[in-house]
Design a protein around this ligand. Sequence first.
Ligand SMILES: [Mg+2]
Length: 166
Amino acid sequence: MSESSWPESWTWAADPVDGGPCVLVDVDGVIANGWHRQHFLQDGRKDWKNFFANAFGDTPIEGSRALVDQFAEAGQVVLLTARPNSLREVTLDWLGEHGYRWDLLVLRGPGDGRYSSPDFKQRCVADLRSYGFVPQLALDDDQRNVDMFRDEGIETLYIHSGYYEA
Ligand SMILES: [Mg+2]
């Protein structure tokens, strides 16, 4: 399968692989602690520009890194995030800066902005399965995504980030 046949919002850490067992790992609130920029979205603010512009300053969440590293011995690490594709470079820089182990990064591609996070991620699960990936575990901090993954028959760990509390 040629590289050009992959969805354009997929980025591989190294050579593409033909699917297999994988863990689906959310980025914001699961491996990246972005509390320092949540204020751009709170109290009625929807300053997505600055919210995203400050993503490089996130601190790693070491507990989930340890979990993912354990899984990486047995399968692929798929970072599945509703971040827009425009954050690809800053996300890659951040992963490199903090020495993360991952195999495939899936971002929201052009045209995906119309989908809610769970609808987007559900579509990604279907895409991943169509390429032979077998999601065995998911980590997410958005209860809507946890419910969706469970509906898809994927064991899921909820990580409490506190981002989604009213
Ligand atoms: Mg999240």
